[in-house]
Design a protein around this ligand. Structure first.
Ligand code: AHN
Ligand code: ZN
Length: 323
């Protein structure tokens, strides 16, 4: 099984944060070490199914895999099924897949990512490529890979708060640039819009949420994303502070980036949960995203373990220190 074979070089003690005799009375939290090799293996595994485009066999198979992997890591798993209408009227057979840790705990943190991949490489230079589906190693699979590794860690050592890992479906089925027909508004993030209206448990609440989107690119840079800044600045500052303390300031820049319509918007709008988007922002491209964004270059060869490590360890630092 992957869970066993994924552990190449990662031990399970970081030697940091251990309670010493001198500092006994202080609250010390031993944060487990995030294993980037393991996260990388979970990304490879998702990509190996083929593009996870809704209504495809690859999509269905990957969804089954995510559900069974969360179960294997000891989560209480919920699967929300819904037919969601895309911009062009296509009904997307979608599943939000949720893994809850300590489901009885009132104080909770939400961690989320989208798991579908985009049906169109519409940022490719040549139009003959625009109708091809992307692997979405970064755009989709990277966030899920990091969260699966965190799920594996949660099974071994529980933080104080309950944790919910939500894999949203149908995030990336927005109208392509080449589509000239009429379309409805808000055609991105269909899975999170559904979950926001009908959460997996009634009146679901969390102290805050963290959304991971494109967290595996080489030389990734995470800026203060505009919507997170306006609606979740307290949690955002906490995350960036943790990253600086861990030595990841070259990834987590303390500068303003653009504003992005992403799943965190609907988590906040529908559930009033402040949610921070950790998303690779590139000020040197027209799109503001990584050069591989919505292109055929978004494949496993462009995933960087250093970035996965920085993001995974930072998220763990935050969730294990929450009281
Ligand atoms: C828009 O382009 C409007 N939102 C980007 C959200 C996204 C797409 N994240 C990954 N793929
Ligand atoms: Zn995308």
């Amino acid at each position: 099984m992957l869970a066993g074979t994924a552990l190449f070089s990662c031990g399970n003690s970081n030697g940091k944060g251990q309670a010493t005799e001198e500092a006994e009375e202080k609250i010390q939290v031993n944060v487990p070490v995030f294993c980037a090799d393991s996260a990388y293996a979970y990304i490879e595994r998702q990509v190996a199914f083929g593009p996870r485009v809704p209504n495809s066999a690859s999509h269905r198979q990957c969804g089954d895999y995510l559900k069974s992997q969360l179960e294997a890591f000891g989560a209480k798993v919920y699967v929300q099924e819904a037919d969601l209408m895309a911009y062009d009227g296509t009904l997307l057979r979608s599943r939000n897949i949720i893994g809850a840790y300590r489901p009885e705990a009132a104080k909770r943190i939400l961690l989320c990512s989208h798991w579908d991949s985009r049906p169109y490489a519409d940022q490719e230079k040549e139009s003959r490529h625009h109708h091809m589906a992307i692997d979405g190693a970064n755009d989709g699979a990277s966030g899920v890979g990091v969260l699966l590794e965190i799920a594996r860690q949660l099974q071994q050592q529980s933080p104080t708060l309950g944790i919910d890992i939500v894999f949203f479906d149908a995030e990336d089925y927005g109208a392509p640039d080449f589509y000239t027909g009429q379309h409805k508004a808000d055609y991105w993030c269909l899975g999170s819009q559904y979950w926001g209206r009908i959460p997996h448990t009634p009146d679901y609440k969390a102290r805050f949420g963290i959304l991971l989107d494109m967290v595996g690119g080489r030389n990734a840079t995470f800026y203060y994303e505009g919507y997170s800044q306006r609606t979740a600045s307290k949690a955002m500052k906490k995350i960036w502070r943790a990253a600086q303390a861990l030595g990841y300031s070259r990834y987590f820049l303390q500068q303003d980036g653009g504003e992005v319509t992403d799943d965190h918007v609907f988590v906040n709008q529908y559930r009033q949960i402040p949610c921070v988007d950790i998303i690779d922002y590139d000020p040197n491209t027209d799109t503001g995203f990584n050069p591989t964004w919505h292109t055929l270059d978004d494949h496993i060869g462009n995933i960087d373990k250093g970035t996965l490590q920085a993001v995974g360890q930072t998220v763990m630092q935050v969730i294990y220190n929450e009281q």
